[in-house]
Write a protein that binds this ligand. Structure first.
Ligand SMILES: Nc1ncnc2c1ncn2[C@@H]1O[C@H](COP(=O)(O)OP(=O)(O)OP(=O)(O)O)[C@@H](O)[C@H]1O
Ligand code: SF4
Ligand SMILES: [Mg+2]
Length: 339
């Protein structure tokens, strides 16, 4: 029997009600995360990709219950995260940690690096002072920092080193799941690879599971075993890395990939490149139909693109797509149409 997934997200919805701009105005809702489901196997990296504002961070924060979701369920190692009482939730939180995008603002500028890394141990009442000291030294060397740097303050470190401090802090409680929310997008390109490779090495050494968020297809390809592509709060495509990158089915995924020549330079399937026009529309009260329709080069009234929301359906193996124009055999509109 196969091992149960570490994380199971079912029909997760997180909507934000916006206050009315005037007393007789219409109330409006941001559909930030809208009916999102996926499973993450232990020891793997599960990617969430999409443009800014598509709901990546809201999904992560909802899973960790740092934001209250509107509905749905989140199971972590069989525990129903959204229904747990405060005490068991606290215990569970030590097993799920978060690394933020910006190592500049996420570290307390007045605390030493050693105290920053020790903080989760204190919060969760784990070990004595002496044990904290030993654990912090061990974590420093694990992430490639020197033990004597424990007494330095965040501003004395480079961006890459600060992200190493964030990683050491996330590892302190020996978690099973680490949510990495754009962990390298604030770093110089040369430093990004070092931090990504550190995360890969730590995963191997500690059998970590990552929920890995990025807007960068190149980073997703480097890191992830499985990927969901989000657009305006909805999953539009889900697949393992090989299927997604060798044969993207959704026109949105295809456009994201075609914008990265290094990924696609020798792939037969990219017969044309497409540059998406404009930013995604607002997720406030989206229109009926496919949410990508306004920007999709293949949107077609006769195929219900503007009137019916396409459902996420399985095409082949575990490759799923939400597009009216992908055939049951997996022929995507970009495979047969030129634009
Ligand atoms: N507290 C809030 N109240 C109202 N709207 C919100 C709130 N938090 C997020 N949103 C909206 O929800 C949508 C999703 O935001 P989210 O931060 O999850 O996107 P993201 O994919 O992480 O974007 P980025 O790549 O810029 O980090 C956006 O339209 C955002 O403006
Ligand atoms: S359903 Fe229509 S509008 Fe949406 S991605 Fe597919 S072809 Fe484009
Ligand atoms: Mg975000």
């Amino acid at each position: 029997m196969s091992e149960s997934p570490l994380l199971e997200v079912e029909n997760l919805c997180t909507y934000f009600r916006l206050s009315k701009s005037h007393p007789f105005g219409r109330s409006r809702t941001v559909f930030a995360v809208d009916d999102v489901s996926f499973r993450v196997s232990r020891g793997t990296t599960f990617g969430i990709v999409g443009e800014s504002g598509c709901g990546k961070s809201t999904t992560a924060m909802s899973i960790l219950r740092l934001i209250k979701p509107t509905s749905g369920s989140v199971r972590f190692d069989g525990n129903d995260v959204l229904k747990l009482d405060p005490k068991p939730l606290r215990r569970l939180r030590s097993r799920m940690q978060l690394i933020f995008q910006d190592p500049y603002s996420s570290l307390n500028p007045r605390a030493t690096a050693g105290n920053i890394v020790a903080a989760p141990l204190k919060t969760h009442n784990i070990g004595s002072r002496q044990q904290h000291h030993e654990r912090v030294s061990e974590l420093f060397s694990r992430v490639g920092l020197r033990p004597e740097q424990q007494t330095a303050f965040p501003h004395q470190f480079s961006g890459g080193q600060r992200q190493r401090i964030s990683i050491a802090r996330a590892l302190a409680t020996d978690p099973e799941l680490i949510v990495c929310d754009e962990p390298v997008s604030a770093l110089d390109v040369a430093i990004q690879a070092q931090v990504l490779n550190l995360l890969i090495r730590l995963q191997r050494e500690l059998n970590l599971t990552y929920l890995f968020i990025s807007h960068d297809m190149g980073v997703i390809q480097h890191m992830c075993d499985e990927v969901v592509v989000l657009y305006l709060g909805k999953i539009v495509e889900q697949a393992d890395r090989n299927s997604l990158f060798s044969h993207p089915l959704h026109p949105y995924t295809w456009s994201l990939l075609s914008a990265v020549p290094s990924i696609y330079s020798d792939a037969d399937s990219l017969k044309q490149r497409v540059k998406l026009k404009g930013d995604p529309p607002s997720p406030i009260d989206p229109p009926p139909g496919c949410r990508f329709a306004q920007r999709c080069p293949f949107a077609d009234t006769s195929k219900h693109c503007y009137s019916k929301m396409p459902l996420l359906r399985i095409i082949k193996g575990q490759h799923k797509v939400a597009c009216h124009r992908v055939s049951e055999e997996g022929v995507a509109p970009q495979d047969i149409h030129t634009i």
